[in-house]
Design a protein around this ligand. Structure first.
Ligand code: THU
Length: 130
């Protein structure tokens, strides 16, 4: 199964009664394992979580820590980019050159690197005086 297939499949399980906007994300780790997640909304809106966050949580729960590829799938005219918070979450576990593919259900695909998603990212090195 491709990462796209995994993201598309998990997207169908998204819980998005408030936005109506279902998102699926699938990532591959350094070991070759695939982890997937969907957005899970909440009536208290800020408590909702993004698909990317779900996939990252599944990865960590399995004891893995290194993302080597990530795909985000949504039903949109143009490919959906990860939100700001998810960019930081992705950068925690992916090197700067890792590719993030955003794909719409009609097949429009846009690929960027983690560095392009989050230029000037805050990292552990910024706390070197702590
Ligand atoms: N959403 C994601 O899950 N991932 C993204 O990359 C963009 C936005 C979700 C959050 C919310 O449930 C819905 O899409 C609308 O913002």
């Amino acid at each position: 199964m491709t990462l796209y297939d995994a993201a598309q499949k998990v997207r169908e399980h998204a819980y998005a009664p408030y936005s109506g906007f279902k998102v699926g994300a699938a990532l591959r780790t350094a070991s070759g394992a695939v982890f997937a997640g969907c957005n899970v909304e909440n009536v208290a809106y800020p408590e909702g979580t993004c698909a990317e966050a779900g996939a990252i949580a599944a990865m960590c729960a399995a004891g893995e820590r290194e993302i080597v590829e990530l795909v985000v799938v949504a039903d949109s005219t143009s490919p959906v980019p990860p939100c700001g918070g998810c960019r930081q979450k992705i950068a925690e576990f992916a090197k700067a050159d890792v590719q993030v593919a955003m794909v719409s259900l009609d097949g429009v695909r846009h690929v960027v690197t983690v560095a392009e998603l989050l230029p000037g990212a805050f990292g552990a090195g910024h706390m070197d005086r702590a």
